[in-house]
Design a protein around this ligand. Structure first.
Ligand code: S3P
Length: 424
């Protein structure tokens, strides 16, 4: 892998349109494939992870075509998937693996889901155990991928999620589409609700009551047209750069601002950032333009209940907290240890190399703001969000930094470095 040198820049300025939201893109392909008829989705994200999802459905006989900004998915109905000839490889994509497990649960064939080395180390009992309660046999390798799923007779379940997780919730809702009765999933804090919103839009018999979601199985979905808004996780890196670099002003157009997903906006506002949302739109997923400019930040307390809506933005929040005035305390972020890499470890190590002050005890993190960071060698551990968050830290630093594996951004945001160039 080729190293990349990041030099500090004075400011970021400009207007941006970002690629489509990754979570919504995965779901558009999946739900389009199991709906009846054509789904036309505008601005599906073209990245490694979403392309694994597309390939998996192509391997199960679904025709998916892309022409300029439009992806057409010829859905074959709930039970229209064909048995794949070989294992379905989903690379590094946890969302593909966990959500697909729920769909495969309803098929009357067996299939195996496998992934790369990093995904093969991620926990899958959280999927296999509730699916077992639904009568679906999922063999794992000691709780890890590969997953061998013997689909067929799915029983409805009433399940309390042990951790708020959109991936588990979505897998169970997908399996619930195939069950005879009503499947209910209960959460303690709301995780992103893209699956519920999209299933409803495609005609599922779904009900949301506070933290509980129920789906009644047996009803076919109908193909639809939809637009995927820009990805707020990708947007957060440019927002952070603009906040930290004096004299910056950035407008990011048409970004997903779904409240179960956009917790970073609330946390940054609490830290004192100057953020405005204008031009609100959206059909079943709210979107808007985000305007952000530079300004000082203060340290804050971030509680467990705030974590699910900002889970993927915590790495960049660590960077911002490192440069805020005072102390930031973050509680209940333990899930970060089982992402593409252990993000508490990777971010702490990299930020400390740049002069940040971070303490970790159990799953509490305490970050004492410093006046400035200094350039350093950055290790991504193959993790796209560690890479992008540390790139922003490097832009603000004194002296140049070197990133060991910049290509890992292809997982979610292949154009990250070129978009950044355009703002400098
Ligand atoms: C995702 C859910 C989150 C998130 C991941 C994408 C999704 O994972 O971290 O990047 O699209 O459902 P968990 O459900 O494991 O929290």
């Amino acid at each position: 892998m080729e190293e990349l040198t990041i030099r500090p820049v004075p400011r970021l300025k400009g207007d941006l349109v970002l690629p489509g939201d990754k979570s919504i893109s995965h779901r558009a392909v999946m739900i389009g494939a199991i709906a009846k008829g054509k789904t036309i989705a505008k601005d599906i994200l073209d990245c490694d992870d979403c392309n694994y999802t597309i390939r998996a459905f192509a391997d199960m006989g679904i025709v998916i075509k892309k022409e300029s900004r439009y992806t057409t998915i010829e859905g074959k109905g709930l039970r229209g998937l064909a048995r794949p000839k070989a294992s379905l490889n989903v690379g590094n994509s946890g969302t593909s693996m966990r959500l697909l497990a729920g769909i495969l649960a309803g098929q009357d064939f067996s299939a195996t889901l496998e992934g790369d080395e990093s995904l093969s180390a991620r926990p899958m009992k959280r999927i296999s155990e509730p699916l077992a309660l639904m009568g679906v046999s999922v063999n794992t390798r000691d709780g890890h991928p590969p997953l061998e799923i013997r689909g067929g007779n799915v029983k409805a379940v009433d399940y309390v999620l042990p951790i708020p997780s959109a991936q588990i919730k979505s897998a169970l809702l997908f399996a619930g589409l195939y069950a005879a009765g009503v499947t209910t999933v209960r959460e303690s804090s709301k995780s992103r609700d893209h699956t519920e919103r999209m299933l409803e839009y495609f005609g599922a018999d779904i009900k949301v009551e506070g933290l509980n979601v129920s789906v009644k199985g047996g009803r076919e979905l109908a193909g639809r047209e939809l637009e995927v808004p820009g990805d707020i996780s990708s947007a957060s890196f440019f927002m952070a750069g603009a906040i930290l670099l004096d004299g910056s002003k950035v407008r990011i157009k048409n970004v997903s601002i779904n409240p179960t997903r956009a917790g970073v906006l609330d946390i940054l506002t609490k830290m004192g950032a100057k953020i405005k949302i204008v031009n609100k739109t959206g059909l079943f997923e709210p979107a808007g333009d985000i305007e952000v400019e530079s300004g000082p930040l203060r340290g804050v307390s971030i509680g467990e209940g705030e974590i699910p809506a900002a889970i993927d933005e915590l790495p960049i929040i660590f960077v911002l907290a490192s440069l805020a005035k005072g102390r930031t305390v973050i509680k209940g972020a333990g899930e970060l240890r089982v992402k593409e890499t252990d993000r508490i470890r990777s971010m702490k190590e990299n930020l400390e190399a740049m002069g940040a002050r971070i303490r970790v005890s159990a799953d509490e993190m305490i970050i004492e703001g410093v006046d400035a960071l200094k350039g350093a060698g950055i290790k991504t551990y193959g993790d796209h969000r560690t890479c992008m968050a540390m790139t922003v830290a490097a832009l603000t630093a004194k002296g140049a930094s070197k990133i060991d594996d910049p290509q890992c951004v292809n997982k979610s945001f292949p154009q990250f470095f070129s978009v950044l160039e355009g703002l400098k």
